[in-house]
Design a protein around this ligand. Structure first.
Ligand SMILES: Nc1ncnc2c1ncn2[C@@H]1O[C@H](COP(=O)(O)OP(=O)(O)OP(=O)(O)O)[C@@H](O)[C@H]1O
Ligand SMILES: [Mg+2]
Length: 153
């Protein structure tokens, strides 16, 4: 299934998007979700508390089947799976002190089943075999303002 819509592509990608609130960031995530395809892999970069999980929540909740899902930050449990279409795996690798081989978590299965992956702290991945389809970078300008950049890889 292809969730991609041409006009969101040009509106969202390769530019500096500004967010002034958590709600803005959620909305950007929601708009971004229409760029997702089965099996899309999304790396989300940014400092602690910058809004990576908020962005992912906006995207997950606006996928088919996501509207009423509670989307929490996977900081302590490393990953949550959501029964959206396509299925989403949301990972946060920050607390894994050792570099992380995602094959130990079930990467093969996720890829085989064309799940969408949102990965926070992708710096902690060891494999060089994973290629993200999208890279999201979030930077805080002050307590509420964020710069968000989305690139198609
Ligand atoms: N413009 C904004 N966009 C997103 N979050 C914002 C914004 N302004 C303030 N916030 C607040 O920043 C926090 C972002 O939390 P979030 O869990 O998404 O961070 P994170 O980047 O996932 O951090 P971590 O690396 O710890 O997982 C929330 O408490 C949110 O309310
Ligand atoms: Mg997070």
């Amino acid at each position: 299934m292809n969730h991609f819509k041409e006009n969101n592509f040009s509106e969202l990608l390769n530019k500096t998007l500004l967010s002034s609130s958590m709600e803005d960031t959620e909305k950007l995530g929601a708009n971004f979700s229409s760029c997702l395809d089965d099996g899309s892999i999304v790396y989300i970069y940014g400092d602690i508390g910058v809004g990576k999980s908020v962005f992912a929540r906006g995207a997950i909740q606006s996928l088919p089947g996501g509207k009423n899902l509670i989307v929490r930050s996977p900081t302590f449990l490393y990953l949550f799976e959501y029964p959206t279409t396509p299925t989403v795996i949301h990972l946060d690798l920050y607390r894994l002190k050792e570099k992380t081989n995602l094959l130990d978590f079930g990467l093969d299965e996720w890829i085989k089943n064309e799940h969408v992956l949102f990965i926070e702290w992708p710096q902690h991945i060891t494999e060089n075999t994973i290629n993200p389809d999208f890279i999201v970078e979030i930077e805080a300008l002050n307590e509420y303002k964020r710069e968000i950049k989305i690139f198609r890889n």
